[in-house]
Design a protein around this ligand. Structure first.
Ligand SMILES: [Zn+2]
Length: 298
């Protein structure tokens, strides 16, 4: 049986039901303090010339409505990927994320960090506070992931076995320390780090996917990959698609909701049309994240 992919957000629940799933788990969604989220939206909506494509935000709604739309599609668990773009910001974001997770039971409590004195201490506190996932944004943060101020942070996260979503690829535009090499040095120092490479490593897909062979806990999120928007600019090779069946257990569905320039349903469609089979889709949309975060069907 192959289930026709959803065309609109309204079609999404019927789609996962037809796959026999209890819903979706989305590991790559952004919830931020409102002023900061507005600035992120302003950046994307004005960055067309830099990125090379217009990037209108499809879900420019207040927080209640953004949550309601996500839940209406049957997203049972999601994240609040906070990330700092400068020093002195991560600890404040982590405080906001504690409150957000407390009032949003279907959110996987998220935390972040920046290379700065005190980072290991506030990361240890985030672990104690119950963080389920971390976010490291090397592109926006503009920092070197090999910075000695992060040694203890990577060590703590490895020891705690908490997944960390790492935006290390050079998409949509390169940063000072993006690309596979700087982050690979982190993996060499912490080979068991449960890193989730965001966007399948876009656009350096091949080099990032190769890390799966060397580091047992590395996983990948599908965020924005294979969408029409991405295929226009930084399309993955046919060889990459050929690797995805082998990586079936190490791929996590992610969307970048709400900061996307197309309908949420299109991310599902973009994965479904790879034609890798319903088992592969079930692993990506639910099973792998359910296992990673020990989530059970509602
Ligand atoms: Zn993102």
């Amino acid at each position: 049986m192959s289930v026709p992919p959803p065309r609109t957000d309204d079609d999404v629940p019927a789609y996962w039901q037809a796959l026999g799933l209890p819903g979706l788990i989305d590991v790559h969604t952004h919830f931020l303090p409102p002023n900061l989220l507005r600035r992120v939206w302003e950046y994307f909506e004005s960055a067309g010339p830099l990125i090379g494509m217009e990037w209108p935000i499809n879900y420019r709604y207040d927080e209640d409505e953004r949550l309601a739309r996500l839940r209406a599609m049957g997203v049972r668990a999601f994240t609040a990927l906070v990330y700092p773009h400068k020093p002195g910001m991560a600890e404040w974001l982590n405080g906001w994320a504690v409150d957000f997770a407390a009032r949003t039971p279907d959110c996987l409590h998220t935390a972040t960090f920046f290379p700065e004195p005190g980072a290991a201490a506030y990361v240890a506190k985030a672990v104690d506070d119950g963080a389920r996932i971390f976010k490291a944004h090397i592109q926006v943060g503009g920092y070197d992931p090999r910075d000695p101020l992060l040694d203890d942070v990577w060590g703590l996260i490895t020891e705690a076995g908490i997944p960390v979503i790492v935006h290390a690829g050079s998409g949509p535009v390169p940063g000072a320390f993006t690309g596979p090499e700087p982050f690979e040095a982190v993996m060499d120092a912490h080979p068991r780090l449960p890193a989730v490479i965001a966007h399948l490593g876009l656009p350096e897909y091949d080099a990032f996917l190769a890390m799966a062979d060397r580091y047992p806990n590395v996983m990948f999120d599908t965020t924005m990959a294979f969408t029409d928007f991405t295929m226009r600019g930084q399309a993955p090779s046919a060889r990459l698609v050929g690797r995805l069946p082998d990586l079936q257990d190490r791929l996590l569905f992610g969307s970048d909701y709400p900061n996307i320039p197309y309908a949420y349903a299109h991310q599902l469609e973009a994965l479904a049309r790879l034609d890798l089979g319903d088992d592969w889709l079930r692993a990506v949309f639910w099973d792998n994240a359910a296992r990673l975060f020990t989530l059970t069907a509602p």
